[in-house]
Every structure is written in C-alpha cells, then in structure tokens.
Design a protein around this ligand. Structure first.
Ligand code: NAP
Ligand code: G4F
Length: 321
C-alpha cells in the first residue's frame, strides 16, 4: 500500500487531495498544527480514515518526526500562509511558512529518506507583473507581494534540491483554483457566500476592492489530480496548471448574483481599503505541457464553478435554518 503525507490537509486543497488519495487506495497521513480549538471541518467526513500527525513547518524536528513515523512514498507540501493580503501584514511569518518551510521539509526528506517523492505547491502569483501572456513554465517570475516572493523561493529551492541531491521533487505552478471549500476571505468564496446571504436576507451589501483584476480560475477538485499525476511520472518535471481562460473579478460577481436572480450593481460597494499595495492585474495560464505529458485537462469551467459555489453556499445556509 502506498503512503502519502499531506501538509495543509485541513486547507482547501489538502482536504480534496487526501480524499482523492484515499480513493486511490493510499494510506494517508496529514500534518496538522496544534490549536486550542480544532478546525477539521473540511476533513470531518473522512477523519477516521486518515492519520493526523502534529507538526509545524516552523519546526524542523516535527517534520523529521512526521516523516519517520509515516515513512511516506510521497509528500505533498500544501501548507502555507496562502492569503496574499495577509502577507503584507505578516511578511516575515509568510517567509518562514511559505518559503523556509519548504527548505525545512526538503531537509527532513534528505535526512529521513531521499527516495521520498516531493510535491511543492507553487503559484501563479510568482508571475506577478507578467512578462508575457499567457504564462507558461518558461515565463520569468516578477512577484508582486511578500507571498509571491516567498513562493518564488519555495519554487527555486525545490528545483535546487532536485538538482543538488537527485530528489524526485516537483513544483506545480497552479493558477487560482476554488471550490465550496475555499476560505471565506478569497474573492470567489467571499462573493458566492455574500450572494447567497443577500438572497436569504442575511446581508445587505458586499464590499470589494479591485473589480478589474483578471484571474484564470479553475476547480480545486480538478487541480489536485494534477498534483498526483506530477508525482507519478518517470521524470520530475515542473508544470503549469490552469484553464487557459481569464475573467475579471467583475465577471465573477455578475455570474454569482445572476445565479440568485439579483442585480449585483445594487449591492456591491468599492472599499479602497481592500485594494492591494501592488496588484497582479492579469493571470492567464498555458497548461499545454500538462495536457500533452500528463493528459491533464480541467473538467469544470468558470461559470460552472461559480454556480457550484453559490449553490453550495445557499444549501449550507438553508441547512442551518
Ligand atoms: P489554505 O486553504 O489556506 O490551506 C493552507 C493550509 O496550510 C492549512 O491546512 C493550514 O493549516 C496549513 N498551514 C499554514 N501554516 C502552517 C504551518 N506553519 N505548519 C503547518 N501547516 C500550516 O490553502 P489552499 O488554497 O488549500 O492552498 C494549498 C497550497 O497551494 C498553499 O501552499 C497555497 O499557497 C498554494 N496555492 C494555492 C492556490 C489556490 O488558488 N488555492 C494556487 C496556487 C498555489 P490550519 O488549518 O492550521 O490553518
Ligand atoms: O481571491 P484572491 O484573494 O486570490 P489571489 O490574490 O489571486 O491569490 C490566490 O491565488 C494564488 C494563485 O495565483 C494563490 F497562490 C494564493 O494562495 C491564493 O489562493 O484575489 C483575487 C483577485 C485579486 O486581484 C484581488 O485584488 O481579487 C481581487 N479582489 C477584489 N476585491 C479581492 C477583493 N480579493 C479579495 N481576497 N477580497 C476582496 O474583497
């Protein structure tokens, strides 16, 4: 039986990936941080089928202990401080988690077992002020936030450990991916949740920042499969994962409010405090390498994704009544 360790198992991607690996017959271990109140909401429905190990990307020994205990064939490093605006408030902590945390995990692999295959959750945020469109594996990075800078470090240290120590380490450069399990602070879920709440009379308005920004949004359930495919190839190669379609935040708002039959312009207010010090204006990925070598393609399109999220938010509100 194959064993996998997932860091960030309590997050959006970790929860989908662990579920996917269980279906593939893996023995799944998840790294979780100690907290005074457990927040395992996203993995509650299969918690008895995974083994949770306490550890933190800040703590080298806890990573070595987690690897020694689980003896995984594959490690998926999904843990990070992943919210871009928070990275301006906590730039040093973001660097510790999102950048140096990658080195700590790679060092733990080097110490425990160099045969472990390693996946690093890299990000399209690394493209930042984009040098070309669409962005591919060959596009240079120009990050625009402490988060993006930290991810660029995580990307290159992964490449470096592959080249220095012959570790099967790959970096997946994933464009934005969303789901009903997305954190409420990210723009898609903020919008779909607000549309559902306004529809049910629980909220009066929605404050947003930059409506002009463009993102290449896909479904998290599709993207985690690409992670597994990358680790199960003969060669460690880095891939861009994206839909190849870009939409404005404004389009997302329109689709979400249309789903609940409301005119978004009556409810959305612009709040300058939500505009970022440096914005990533346009992300559009070219995932043709993943298509040709991994046979990977997204299944859920933009409209389908946003409608799925609105429907889930409405259902969750109605279930609580
Ligand atoms: P998420 O929902 O914010 O989940 C982050 C996870 O990291 C949580 O489980 C969190 O645990 C854990 N974590 C944070 N700091 C930690 C630490 N010091 N030690 C151990 N665990 C820690 O993020 P996501 O959307 O699933 O994204 C997964 C990964 O992909 C992240 O690395 C993100 O930066 C990257 N990424 C995401 C996207 C996207 O669009 N979703 C795109 C590209 C790359 P708690 O539950 O304890 O907070
Ligand atoms: O949903 P967002 O916060 O996602 P962002 O910054 O693109 O980052 C996400 O995707 C990255 C991949 O490219 C990941 F690496 C990262 O971990 C994270 O998952 O914001 C998307 C866009 C931005 O341009 C932002 O300025 O939406 C704009 N926006 C407008 N109003 C807003 C808001 N974003 C948020 N979070 N909240 C707003 O009120």
């Amino acid at each position: 039986m194959k064993r996998a360790l997932v860091t960030g198992i309590t997050g959006q991607d970790g929860s989908y990936l662990a579920e996917f690996l269980l279906q593939k017959g893996y023995q799944v271990y998840g790294l979780v941080r100690r907290s005074s109140t457990e927040s395992f909401e996203r993995i509650d429905h299969y918690r008895d089928r995974v083994t949770l190990l306490q550890g933190d990307l800040l703590d080298q020994n806890s990573l070595i202990a987690a690897l020694s205990e689980s003896r995984p064939h594959e490690v998926y490093n999904l843990a990070a401080q992943s919210f871009v605006p928070a990275s301006w408030n906590q730039p040093v902590l973001t660097g510790e988690f999102t950048a140096l945390g990658v080195t700590r995990m790679l060092e733990a692999i080097r110490v425990v077992d160099k045969g472990i295959r390693f996946y690093q959750a890299s990000s399209s945020e690394m493209f930042g002020r984009v040098r070309e469109t669409p962005q591919s594996e060959h596009t240079p990075f120009y990050p625009r936030s402490p988060y993006g800078v930290a991810k660029a470090y995580g990307h290159f240290i992964t490449v470096n450990y592959r080249e220095s120590y012959d570790i099967f380490a790959v970096s997946g450069i994933l464009f934005n991916h969303e789901s009903p399990r997305r954190g409420l602070e990210f723009v898609t879920r903020k919008v779909t949740n607000a549309a559902a709440r306004i529809k049910r009379g629980l909220q009066q308005e929605l404050k947003l920042g930059n409506l002009d920004a463009r993102r290449d949004w896909g479904f998290a359930g599709d993207y985690i499969e690409a992670m597994w495919l990358m680790l199960n190839q003969p060669e460690p190669i880095d891939y861009v994962i994206a839909t190849g379609k870009s939409h404005q935040v404004r389009d997302l708002v329109a689709v979400a409010f249309e789903r609940v039959g409301l005119d978004w312009e009556r409810y959305v207010k612009i709040d300058p405090a939500l505009v970022r010090p440096a914005e990533v204006d346009l992300l559009l990925g070219d995932a043709s390498l993943a298509k040709s070598r991994l046979g990977w393609e997204p299944r859920v399109d933009f409209e389908g994704l946003i409608r799925m999220m609105v429907d889930a938010d409405l259902a969750a509100l109605d279930a609580r009544r």
